[in-house]
Design a protein around this ligand. Structure first.
Ligand SMILES: [Zn+2]
Length: 570
């Protein structure tokens, strides 16, 4: 360990506590990066950030040009166009394989899992985009050979292509003033793509979902930037926290993968990283490590949270805003590189966990749905996972984010070497609260074709009945329909109660959603009338509910029937 001569005793103690690895790992704090960390590359393979000394970020056309240069120098690259945006920009995903992989069928036949890495869902947070291009360059040119021996890596550095190409001058609200010119958070419709995961109201959301449906990534990563923070970590990570998601993959992330990759990032890259949260309160010393001010909830509206409903692994990374752009790119690059090495070394284990989650999801439905004993979570909350040590700043000064009423950290404070604070309550454990019975199937009448299409867009299998069915089950009777303002959205909220129905007949041509499928957890969460943010919450049923008169008259039945059993003789 090398300590700067100006270091105080406190700083020294904090550094010693943080550098707990067996080797004397040098930890890079604040803006520090290792000299020459990005490597030496031919001019046409340099990223925009590298070419501009970390003052500019990539545009969509520059990304396409850069990919063309990469294809000339690598036999491992294939490009998938995920969608053409409303502004006629093509969003590419680079498929990197050794040997090269050009279709989902080839990927499946290879036996190697696909890992999918996404950048610029929020274009002002472009460090992941820049870092992911560097990771793509490493892999395509033969670095980290073990990764491609075991994985197929798909990298979409720029997802929100229209927001990226808006080119506005930075206002500094996210932290450091670089890059000077960048995109805006929303797409061209003014919609936040990281709130679109359930409703899929955007071309971009549907294009990403189509890509995920066909390539079926084992692991999905989405890279972000926080505004200024009061903790001392170079990068932070979280996984799905929707309580309805299968616990197997989520528990593995929390208990096994995250601690291991944290250690790898420390040892190989000299960075301290930890879970995605903020120190609370915003004064020193903090008492809790919590999502309260980090906008992260148990809702499925976030792409990473939603991806967990597919029984797959999902990671969000959030690097802090106050360090330099180069340092933030380094932090994303380091974490993703360590992660890929970990996943490559444990691919078989992780594939087995996902397969077990798929199998258990189906087996649980077959065993418990008709009996009425299978339940799943509609909502949840964060509870204590115990006491932890966190790295926080004594120098942190709370201040409003410019132009908002959101409390953040004053520019120029909370920098340098942080201190270790002991016995901080880790309030990040997602725990399910309200539950509902999981049915054997959901049935919708033929006029619900838009709902069936939305389910299919999410990779959920929906069939059309070829003869009339008589079923026993439950239906939800709506008392009131309310709009509840939550995190900037007017969420549709239904009050009412389920009632048992001995026999109901559905004509041929109805939509039948058999829950004995791996997507059962997602189906349940989207279709249950009182899920925290399912289809009802995200307005997907609004037009149907309006036509039925929900909220204006009593006794309106929610148009999704929960099937307990098919009646004999039907
Ligand atoms: Zn973001």
């Amino acid at each position: 360990m090398r300590i700067r001569r100006t270091a105080s005793l406190l700083v020294l103690l904090a550094s010693l506590a943080a550098a707990t690895s067996a080797h004397q790992t040098r930890i890079y704090w604040a803006d520090e990066v290792p000299t020459g960390w990005a490597g030496v590359w031919a001019p046409d393979l340099l990223t925009v950030a590298e070419r501009t000394h970390y003052t500019r970020t990539v545009s969509t056309i520059q990304l396409h040009e850069w990919i063309a240069a990469l294809k000339l120098k690598s036999d491992k690259v294939h490009v998938v166009n995920m969608f053409t945006s409303p502004m006629r920009k093509v969003a590419p995903a680079i498929v990197i394989g050794s040997p090269r992989i050009t279709s989902p069928q080839q990927a499946r036949q290879s036996g190697k899992p696909v890992v999918f890495l996404l950048g610029n869902i929020h274009p002002p947070e472009s460090e992941a985009a820049e870092a992911l291009m560097m990771v793509a360059r490493d892999l395509a040119t033969g670095k980290h050979k073990a990764v491609l021996d075991n994985l197929i890596v798909m990298i979409a550095p720029v997802y929100n292509v229209d927001g990226t190409d808006t080119f506005v001058t930075q206002d500094g609200s996210l932290g450091s003033e670089t890059p000077h010119i960048q995109g805006i958070r929303e797409n061209s419709q003014g919609l936040d793509l990281n709130r679109d995961a359930v409703k899929l109201a955007t071309v971009e959301g549907n294009g990403l979902a189509r890509t995920l449906n066909t390539w079926d990534p084992l692991l999905f990563l989405d890279g972000h930037l926080m505004s200024r923070v009061n903790h001392g970590y170079a990068n932070t990570y979280g996984t799905t926290t929707v309580p309805a998601a299968a616990p197997g993959p989520r528990d593995y992330m929390h208990d096994v993968l995250f601690p291991a990759v944290r250690e790898m990032t420390r040892k190989q890259f000299g960075l301290e990283v930890f879970s995605h949260a903020l120190a609370t309160p915003n004064t020193f010393p903090p008492q809790a490590w919590s999502h309260d001010r980090a906008a992260w909830t148990v809702e499925a509206k976030f792409v990473v949270n939603d991806y967990g409903l597919r029984n797959r692994f999902a990671i969000i990374t959030e690097t802090p805003g106050q360090p330099t752009f180069e340092r933030r790119i380094y932090a994303q690059y380091a974490y993703v590189t360590a992660l890929l090495e970990y996943v490559a070394a444990h691919a078989k284990d992780m594939q087995a966990i996902v397969k077990a989650a798929d199998d258990k999801t189906v087996a649980d439905v077959l065993a418990g749905a008709e009996a009425g004993t299978l339940r799943n979570f509609l909502d949840g909350e964060y509870q204590s996972a115990g006491k932890i040590d966190v790295l926080a700043y004594r120098t942190n000064e709370p201040a409003y984010k410019p132009g908002t009423s959101l409390m953040s950290t004053k520019a120029g404070t909370a920098s340098g070497v942080p201190e270790t604070v002991h016995n901080v309550d880790d309030l990040t454990k997602p725990v399910g609260t309200r539950t509902a019975w999981v049915p054997r199937a959901y049935l919708l009448t033929a006029d619900m074709a838009d709902i069936a299409e939305k389910l299919r867009a999410h990779n959920i299998k929906v069939t059309v009945t070829d003869k009339a069915m008589r079923v026993e089950g439950e239906e939800f009777v709506i008392d009131t329909l309310r709009k509840v303002r939550s995190a900037g959205y007017d969420m549709t909220t239904l009050d009412g109660a389920f009632r048992k129905v001995a026999t109901k007949e559905f004509p041929a041509g109805s939509f039948y959603v058999d829950m004995a499928q791996p997507m059962a957890n997602a189906t349940f969460y989207y279709l249950e009338p009182q899920a925290r943010d399912g289809f009802v919450g995200w307005w997907v049923f609004d037009e149907h509910l309006k036509q039925l008169g929900a909220g204006n008259k009593s006794g309106v039945v929610y148009p999704v029937f929960k099937v307990k059993a098919n009646k004999a003789g039907s």
